[in-house]
Design a binder for this molecule. Structure first.
Ligand code: G3P
Length: 240
């Protein structure tokens, strides 16, 4: 399957386990901010242990870990990427499109891809950045669609345009529409052509719908005399 995938944006083991059991998670994505929000702080060993634990828990599914260099140092990112990738075969490496001063990391993406390390090019805000990252060899291109919407632009045509370019060019990169903000983003962005959408566990709350509950209550009422004891059990519940 190449479309209709959901990656869980979290470093929380209990949440990952919960959604894995439901069978709806196709991968996990993290970044330094997500890890910090999940309490994964206190040095590199803590990050390593949590990352390894997530990778093991999700088995063959992909886990994205993000590299970081306060100096914008390409070699530092490459060394980090190699280290992360050595922890488990299902780990892929997030590389931001530039550093915070605008220095391009396309060369890093190219180098890692050449070493057969799967790169998730990230923090991208337009289709052009994503397409160039795909050309450089990224396996995943993360468009921060929610942040684009925050700036007042509609990310839907951006996703559509990017999917068209990737399909026409034959580049194998998969589009990750990231930083989702509302449940409806799932249908909007899949329909626009994103292969994958990242969701926080919180965003999946509308899966529980009051009208579904009402409908199930109707079914249960009408099945109440199917088996001996059900009607009495129901009456006892009502009294409680
Ligand atoms: O995968 C990372 C991305 O989803 C982060 O989103 O909420 O920081 O814009 P956000």
């Amino acid at each position: 399957m190449k479309d209709g995938l959901l990656f869980l944006d979290t470093g929380d083991l209990a949440e990952i386990e919960k959604y894995l059991k439901l069978g709806i998670v196709d991968g996990v994505t993290t970044n330094p901010t997500i890890m910090k929000a999940c309490g994964v702080t206190g040095g590199f060993a803590v990050i390593r242990d949590r990352s390894k634990a997530i990778a093991e828990m999700i088995g063959h599914l992909p886990l994205s870990l993000e590299t970081s260099s306060p100096h914008g140092d390409e070699q530092e990112i490459i060394d980090q990427a190699r280290k992360f990738a050595s922890w488990s075969p299902n780990i892929n490496i997030k590389v931001t499109f530039t550093d915070q001063n605008g220095k391009l990391f396309l060369g890093v993406i190219k180098k890692l891809a050449k070493d057969r390390i799967k790169v998730n090019a990230t923090a991208m805000m337009n289709a052009e950045q994503c397409f160039l990252a795909a050309k450089a060899g990224a396996a995943y291109v993360s468009l921060f669609a929610g942040r684009i919407a925050n700036m007042g632009y509609d990310p839907v045509p951006v996703i559509r345009q990017l999917r068209e370019w990737l399909d026409v060019s034959g580049l194998p990169a998969q589009i990750i529409a990231a930083s989702s903000r509302e449940f409806i983003n799932i249908q909007q962005w899949w329909s626009a052509g994103a292969h994958i959408i990242t969701v926080t566990p919180n965003l999946l709350k509308p899966l529980d719908h009051p009208y579904t509950r009402d409908t199930v209550a109707m079914f249960e009422r009408d099945a109440a005399d199917w088996f001996p004891g059900w009607l009495e059990w129901k009456a006892r519940q009502k009294k409680k």
